[in-house]
Design a protein around this ligand. Sequence first.
Ligand code: 9YW
Length: 447
Amino acid sequence: TAAGNRTVHRPANLAARAAMVLRDNDTGTLVTASPRLYPHMWSWDAAFISMGLAHLDVSRAVQELRTLFSAQWHDGMIPHIVFTGDDDYFPGPDRWGTDDAPQRPHNARTSGICQPPVHAIALRRIIDTARRTSEADAGIAEDFAREAWPALRRWHGWIARHRMSEACGLVTIVHGWESGMDNSPRWDAPYLAVQPDADLPPYVRLDTLKVDDPRQRPSDDEYDRYLWLIEQLRRAGYHPDKVVETSAFLVGDVFVTAVFALASETLADIGAELDAPASEIAELRSWAGRARDAARRSCHPETGMARDFDVHTGTWLDTESLAAFSPLLCGGLPTETEQRLFDTLDGPGWSGHPGLLAAVPPSVSPHSGDFDPRLYWRGPQWPVVIWLFGWAFEQRGWQRHASEFRAQGVHLASDGSFGEYYEPFTGEPLGSPNQSWTAAVVLDWLC
Ligand code: 9YW
């Protein structure tokens, strides 16, 4: 059936297509983030992908996380990319130059930064899905949870040890890519201080050759800054403390902070179910508490919107992006502030904008001067982020909001193309088609 010139698939058909995308992108041990644009494993993609896989095959789902965790650095960091043999992506492992870092894993080539820590949330979702299917599946998921517990604790410990900023309490990032929201206007001001010099080795971008319209991707000027930061990380030998000392980009990220709080609490709950040592569970809950407090303190005193913090300039960043709603993920706000944030989220600047095809928040408010409906993290809607907020709402008992996000998310993706991101007014899929994490969250919404 067609609505306007947009094809709309029925739920059963949409779920079958989503499953097909995950199968097609599966190399056996990992599902690539997308077939052409991203032929490798990305850290937070792998988490979302694994919970989609759980609806098809629980053993295959845990294998996905096992592959990712086997590339964990010796210091605990989970790297943002695990490279396959394919070299059709830039920057690849040679450009990252991680082979000389003493903490790198020896069985995989990886990038040298991280991404939002959503992995414990994926594990929770896999366990819950498996428990609904069969006792055997529940056993597979729970055994894996025991196996993965030390890796996940070390990962959260790495963040707590190296990235919880004394300046603002937020979890800091040393590259916009660590936020997962690469070219968000959130980072425009901090990137001004990233000034590549003549030492930046030359390079050729491949991403712009693989999308229909390169204007849907970050600009060349932005790429120079991204590559310059990699140069700095490389020179710091990827040593976690030296990286924080030397990076020209050092920002407290309120979204990563809220995800860390939510994931730490979720991991603690899993630990309690598995009879993990009480001290380890308490430690996770204390990290969650610190992160939640920091997210609360970031809120603008009048609007209640949460903010990032530029550590180098000591300033709060008031950008109207979806990250401003991050405390709704982890809780910790006074009821009144929380209600105000919800009203803003439902209002005409966000999900309630009358022009939207699907009533879910875009990455940037259409009322903002930074809004661009076709440009990556500067306006389009991203199904994975919608999934994350919807799941958190459900955990917190906000059923109406949770089911609204699910229904509208499915509506957005019902054309069956599994776009990387969507033009919010027309629902046109943008970036890469058959993006694995989009297929995974749609499958989860439908099952
Ligand atoms: C890139 C894989 C990744 C996501 C990021 C997204 C994009 C990679 O794709 O970054 O080369 O631009 O911004 O969040 O993990 O889907």
